[in-house]
Ligand binder design. Sequence first.
Ligand SMILES: O=P(O)(O)OC[C@H]1O[C@H](O)[C@H](O)[C@@H](O)[C@@H]1O
Length: 290
Amino acid sequence: MSELQQPRALYPTGLIEFDGQPAVHLRAPGGAQATVLLHGGHVVSWIPAGGEEQLYLSPATAYGEGSAVRGGVPVIFPQFNNRGPLPKHGFARNRGWTLQQATVRGEHAFAVLRLVDDEASRALWPHPFELELTVSVDAGRLEMEMAVVNTGDTVMSFQAALHTYLATADVRRAQLEGLLDQNYHDAVLDQPRQQWIDVVSITQELDRIYWNAPPALTLREAGRRLSIRSSQFEDVVVWNPGPEKCAQLKDMPADGWLGMLCVEAAQIGVPVVLAPGQEWTGMQTLIAEN
Ligand SMILES: O=P(O)(O)OC[C@H]1O[C@H](O)[C@H](O)[C@@H](O)[C@@H]1O
């Protein structure tokens, strides 16, 4: 059997095609795997060693230049949502990135992908920049680090997020823990609110930005515990479209909302400000605890 006919799980670390799209596959010596599209620097799959797929990816998603993948981990830069003059969620998720490195080292497999400014980005946002995403897998852990350098000669400011779509067996039975007492913006009601109970659960559309949120959250479902950690990202976005909004999304099946919960490491409330030559990094780490 040629390598390309093997199930993706058996691919070694290196370039592959994923649904016709150029991608890099990571396979750690212990068996943990991830797949990252060059389009958007978009992680579309993460399977911990001995485990199951942990990320939701819509079977109806569009791929390719100009489109945003529905699921996985969209990289949001330099604007979150419609909080500024740029297209929704900025442009990084819609662009082709370049692969810098894909390597196995020790127990890890990791890849570095890069996006730099070009004429098209400068037409939207007039700043030279370098954005690198490092994706690393080992055993039960996925680490995603976003690094942004201001390569221009004026100050730049931006928002950023790793917009992670976690897979759920049935989101109505899932619980996100760790946000007790936190202040948030309820984007459905467009109102400030405070979280009075420890657990966030989903029965309908939910769209919240938790400000200055704790760096460790837990997603629980029957037989599963996933730890969600972030560093340098101060905010956390929790989003599920619920049944009505999901039915209106062309790139998601009507019942797709049951199979996902977005828990996004984000920097929104206080945008990052970088002087020329300065760098900012933010990280989200997912750990499958069982
Ligand atoms: O449909 P998209 O542009 O990918 O955005 C999907 C969602 O992203 C975030 O989670 C926002 O908080 C939501 O308001 C938005 O609907």
